[in-house]
Design a protein around this ligand. Structure first.
Ligand code: GLU
Length: 426
């Protein structure tokens, strides 16, 4: 009975991310011998909002969009998490993503709870002014629930610095003064942090470096495949290439490129920027973005979307290290298969925590009104990511569990302890 939202009679599918999250949560809670009352409480999100947002479209008609904000947990501080725009957004997905934010912030020990937002829309079919009106109305609807001390949104899939600037402005107009700390991932000129844009990719680089140290892998000989060329995958590919790794595979939504001699990451990203597709790129073998996951490599970084590694393809994954750039790229069913193959997993809630970590720095800087250099930001990011990596490995050794379970156990243990300390106001 992993998913509290469905009764046992209903069929639960592998590709429901909330189900994937709850299965691991239940397993970790059992291993931890979690207090039954705390367990009962942590199985549920704190609050879920569903909004129906009317937006004036450029043709003069109104369209109503369905939007969500799930605030999963506040035990350790204000809720924190991104906002995604996609036609595929579902409430169960946003629920899972909100819970993952709670566990992610706890794994790297930053003082936030977890939340996530999603709007069902196709941003590629919308003009910038339609997106602005959608964003502003969504923010206005959430005024009572968000803010620096309540819930701090940030970018996620298909949202960016511009969307955050609109959110910050809308929030500030209602507050009657500028509230930079209301959202993170803003443009640097408006109170964004240096290094935030690269932070998730940089965090991935840091944990991959730590894993290489652990297994005595020579960086220059380490072959990396990255699925996803956006703010996470694209940045990770570039930083890994600069570090000396051999990036042999890259992919975006349109397909994948493979070159065992190493890809020129800048050339690929430049080509993608110009052509919006990998099609026609000369210096590589072409394949589908599913097939690239099955190619031989040392480090595989799925940095696109959920459920990419599942019970159908997990036994064909050939990497030595799986570093999860996306949220939920591996299903719970695939976990077992991956474990049998003795692949070392750096789970999403650790591997991609660099983004929210620098979001935390941004929030801190906004509240101080004092800004750090990129060097300071990167130094602190490294300190937090390495700390998280070491904490998870310690749990792994202590309890003799997988890295995945160790991550959940560490996070749940921290949130449970703080919940217990605060007491339950009932
Ligand atoms: N959307 C990012 C994530 O999934 C960042 C969230 C944040 O910075 O609050 O971790």
């Amino acid at each position: 009975m992993a998913n509290p939202f469905v009764d046992d009679a209903k069929v639960i599918t592998e590709d429901n991310p909330f189900e994937s999250m709850m299965q691991r949560f239940d397993e970790a809670a059992t291993q931890l011998n979690l207090d039954p009352n705390i367990y009962k409480i942590l199985r549920w999100p704190n609050r879920e909002l569903t909004l129906y947002i009317p937006v004036l479209m450029d043709d003069g008609n109104y369209q109503v969009f369905t939007a969500y904000r799930v605030q999963h947990n506040f035990a350790r501080g204000p809720a924190k998490g991104g906002l995604r725009y996609s036609p595929d957004v579902t409430l169960d997905e946003v629920r899972a993503l909100a819970a993952w934010m709670t566990w992610k912030c706890a794994v790297v020990n930053i003082p936030f709870g977890g939340a996530k937002g999603g709007i069902i829309c196709d941003p590629r079919q919308m003009s910038p002014s339609e997106l602005e009106r959608l964003t502003r109305r969504y923010t206005a609807e959430l005024l009572d629930f968000i803010g620096p001390e309540r819930d701090v949104p940030a970018p996620d899939m298909n949202t960016n610095e511009q969307v955050m600037a609109w959110m910050m402005d809308t929030y500030s107009m209602h507050a009657r003064h500028t509230v930079t700390a209301a959202v993170t991932g803003k443009p640097v000129e408006l109170g964004g942090s240096q290094g935030r844009r690269e932070a998730t990719g940089r965090g991935l680089l840091i944990v991959c470096n730590e894993a290489c140290k652990k297994f005595d892998l020579e960086i220059e000989k380490t072959r990396v495949i990255i699925q996803g060329s956006g703010n996470v995958g694209g940045v990770a590919a570039r930083l890994m290439m600069l570090e000396g790794y051999k990036v042999v595979g890259m992919a975006d939504m349109t397909g994948a490129l493979y070159n065992p001699a190493g890809l020129d990451v800048d050339a690929v990203l430049g080509y993608l920027k110009e052509h919006k597709t990998v099609e026609g790129y000369a210096e590589a073998e072409h394949m589908s973005n599913e097939a690239i996951l099955e190619m031989d490599c040392d480090i595989l970084i799925p940095a696109a979307t959920e459920n990419q590694i599942n019970s159908q393809n997990a036994d064909r994954i050939k990497c030595r290290i799986l570093a999860e750039g996306a949220n939920g790229p591996t299903t719970a069913e695939a976990d077992e298969i991956i474990a049998e193959k003795e692949i070392y997993v750096i789970p999403d809630i650790l591997a991609n925590a660099g983004g929210v970590t620098v979001s935390y720095f941004e929030w801190v800087q906004n509240r101080m009104g004092f800004y750090w250099t990129e060097k300071e930001v990167n130094y602190r990011l490294k300190h937090i990511m390495v700390g998280g990596f070491e904490d998870v490995n310690r749990f792994c050794d202590k309890y003799k569990v997988s890295m995945r379970l160790a991550c959940y156990m560490l996070a749940i243990d921290r949130v449970a302890y703080d919940t217990h300390l605060r007491g339950i106001y009932a």
